[in-house]
Design a protein around this ligand. Structure first.
Ligand code: PMP
Length: 317
């Protein structure tokens, strides 16, 4: 699996930094702030899809992503410097200012500057710096072949030590260890188990399986990031595809005998899992539930299908 992000793309013309549009080159953090500004950061990954026919860009689930960012800030005791609504306006203003007319990844970050606040001990209740950056991405919806996944020997972090519900940069060391091990071992991605050995999620995505015709996903208390795409998939399965959906614990061996399995997330989009630990899932090809979910998700986020209008924030109208 590759090609979801093109790292050779130009940086954005502007970023939004602490309330202002700033040319990308000028939005800098001192080198000595590096460790703190990265580790003491919470962030979001949001996507906007371009609709060529309507000549419009749709930001997907903007409100839900910003709500999660504000929840992350609350849990780590950052004082939000601006209201959520202002941040939503800032995202749209930035996309307009950069005149983006292509699929775009948007990254809001709230972080402590390690020069002004050189230790986490000074940060309690302080307002963070706020940055919003943009980057082109290339969708793999409706094009990909599916992922070969390994069950990782790294355990997923848990709510009592480093809560996965918080989308903070430092959590991703856990995901990186699992992904790197899987990748070096010849897999496309890893599925992580919690400390009790129950299935949690992929390294940047939530997980679904279809078992005995029931669409099944671990609950939000299973050491997962509370995925926004996960909620969308549950809703589409129930309301549009008329499929039963259950949120319950999943054992690793259930994946081996499931009819289908797939991953979902903003960056991940919807991706079939074709093997787990080299065992084929179903017949080893993307299955019918996955294909129906992928098609509907594609049509909805791009605004081809008018359903779920409240998921889309139009940038140019
Ligand atoms: N889990 C992890 C660890 C992730 O990084 C992501 C991507 N944000 C997800 C799940 C999926 O979340 P969402 O659908 O909100 O993007």
């Amino acid at each position: 699996m590759s090609g979801r992000f093109d790292f050779s793309v130009e940086p954005p013309e502007n970023v939004w930094f602490n309330g202002k549009l700033v040319p990308w080159k000028e939005a800098t953090v001192p080198a000595t702030a590096m460790g703190a500004s990265g580790s003491l950061a919470v962030f979001e990954g949001v996507k906007a899809y371009w609709n060529e026919q309507r000549k419009n860009l749709y930001v997907v689930h903007l409100g839900a992503h910003l709500r999660r960012l504000f929840e992350s800030m609350k849990i780590v005791r950052m004082a939000p410097p601006i209201p959520l609504e202002h941040m939503a306006e800032a995202v749209v203003a930035l996309l307009r200012a950069n005149q983006l007319r292509q699929d775009t990844y948007i990254r809001p970050v709230a972080f402590y500057d390690g020069v002004k606040l050189p230790s986490f001990r000074y940060t309690i209740g302080q307002p963070p710096e706020l940055l919003i950056a943009t980057q082109a991405f290339f969708t793999h919806l409706l094009t990909h072949k599916g992922k070969k996944c390994a069950i990782s020997s790294w355990s997923r972090i848990s709510d009592n030590s480093q809560p996965p519900r918080v989308k903070c940069m430092s959590n991703y060391q856990n995901n990186r260890l699992a992904f790197t091990q899987a990748n070096l071992d010849g897999y496309d991605d890893a599925i992580m188990l919690d400390e009790r050995g129950k299935v949690t999620e992929g390294t940047m995505s939530c997980l679904f399986m279809v078992r005995n015709d029931v669409v099944t996903t671990p609950p939000v208390t299973s050491s997962i990031l509370e995925g926004i795409t996960r909620t969308a998939v549950i809703q589409m399965c129930r309301e549009d595809l008329r499929l039963p959906v259950v949120e319950r614990e999943i054992d690793r061996t259930e994946l081996y005998v499931s009819e289908e399995a797939f991953l979902c997330g903003t960056g991940e989009e919807i991706t079939a899992i074709v093997t787990v630990d080299r065992m084929p899932v179903g017949n080893g090809e993307p299955g019918p539930v996955f294909k129906a979910v992928e098609q509907l998700y594609h049509d909805v986020v791009r605004g081809i299908d008018g359903r779920y209008a409240d998921w889309r924030t139009p940038v140019y109208e």
